[in-house]
Design a protein around this ligand. Structure first.
Ligand code: PLP
Length: 379
């Protein structure tokens, strides 16, 4: 099956009771048993829920994986992955990460004895010398948030595999429509489903997809033991959202490319970060690793003036200023004070994230209106 057909059909059967084509919202906390332990496979909704099962199977199919597990948020999924490790275990993560991922690693799991090293993994050679017998996981985002750097998944996997180090890829920015990390050698794919998968800015959810049975069993245990499950109504909303993922992503990519090209020639713009531009440092890798360049981009204004960056962000009429990304509506974010505020300033600046960087999640509105909005706001 090709991607669009999978998005609409994979893992989804008509409801066995009524034939309903849309998976029902099984809004129940428990399931009646005939006699103790004799049931239809469902006991309690923290452990399993039929709406969730269908979504998990659909997501697994989209990522070409065997097991899908959904969580109450993207960070709920990250939390579950980090609980696979023990005090003293070392984790190497790329230094251009979503701020919340950095925060849960440093402010929560470091306190429990996990050890983290943050490094620029856009050059896989930077892994050399960092791997020790205690290294258990490498965590990457690609494209990264918010600088849209590319990390070569296959090259990193070639380094981690012989050491039996788990390679986790946060695939939120690309979505499975543009990139399938498991096919490139990753062990675990993680998503903030809140973003492109949900696609309509109405749900917070996370997901993990993987092939390894043993790790999947451990994750299912952690989920049931710790409880970070999504509700059935949210699962329904995401199942519905995914049915148009391929169409939405096509328009996100088209619009973002036009916005990037517009910004690149703008006299007041000094820098545009978009993997679709030939000038982007990761352009060739993006062509090799992805099936399109995505809907996310960041830019800086000439002069690096903070008041000017704020003025532009306040002047948008179609782009809304807000956290998050990947919805049908265009959003503008100030990473330094919003999504990445939890990363210490010196760390941020060292990694290239300036206070004046503006990030855009380019939606699927008419491109003429988006360009006009940029024209008006930047001046
Ligand atoms: C790349 C990335 N990963 C993970 C997360 C966390 O996901 P959630 O907000 O669903 O917990 C986000 C949220 O912005 C994100 O942008």
């Amino acid at each position: 099956m090709k991607f669009g057909t999978k998005a609409i059909h994979a893992g989804i059967e008509p409801d066995p009771t009524t034939g309903a084509i849309m998976t029902p919202i099984y809004q129940t906390s428990t399931y009646v048993q005939e006699s103790p332990g004799k049931h239809k496979g469902y006991e309690y909704a923290r452990t399993q829920n039929p709406t969730r099962t269908v979504l998990q199977n659909n997501l697994a199919a989209l990522e070409n994986g065997k097991h899908g597990i959904c969580y109450s948020s993207g960070l709920g999924a990250t939390d579950a992955i980090l609980k696979l490790f023990r005090p003293g275990d070392e984790i190497i993560a790329s230094n251009d990460l979503y701020g919340g991922t950095y925060r849960i690693m440093v402010r929560v799991f470091q306190e429990f004895g996990l050890k983290f090293k943050f490094v620029d993994l856009s050059n896989p050679a930077n892994l050399d010398g960092l791997i020790t017998p205690a290294t258990k996981m490498v965590w990457i985002e690609t494209p990264t948030n918010p600088l849209l750097r590319l990390v070569d998944i296959a090259a990193i996997a070639a380094i981690t595999k012989p050491h039996k180090i788990k390679l986790v890829v946060d695939n939120t920015f690309a979505s499975p429509y543009l990139q399938n990390p498991l096919d490139l050698g990753a062990d675990i794919v993680m998503h903030s489903v809140t973003k492109y998968l949900g696609g309509h800015s109405d749900t917070v959810m996370g997901a993990i997809v993987l092939n390894d049975d043993e790790t999947a069993q451990k994750l299912a245990f952690i989920q049931n033991a710790c409880g970070a499950v999504p509700g059935p109504q949210d699962c329904f909303l995401v199942l519905r959202g995914i049915k148009t993922l391929h169409i939405r992503m096509q328009r996100h990519c088209e619009n973002a490319m036009k916005v990037a090209q517009y910004l690149q020639q703008h006299p007041k713009v000094s820098q545009v970060y978009y993997p679709g531009l030939e000038s982007h440092i990761g352009h060739e890798l993006a062509k090799k690793q992805m099936r399109g360049f995505g809907g996310m981009l960041s830019f800086e204004l000439k002069g690096d003036s903070m008041p000017e960056a704020v003025r532009v962000m306040e002047s948008f009429e179609v782009f809304s200023l807000g956290e998050s990304l990947g919805g049908v509506e265009s959003l503008c974010t100030h990473p330094a004070s919003m999504t990445h505020a939890s990363i210490p300033k010196e760390e941020r600046i060292k990694n290239g994230l300036k206070d004046t960087l503006i990030r855009l999640s380019v939606g699927i509105e008419d491109i003429e209106d988006l360009i006009q909005d940029l024209e008006r706001a930047i001046g």
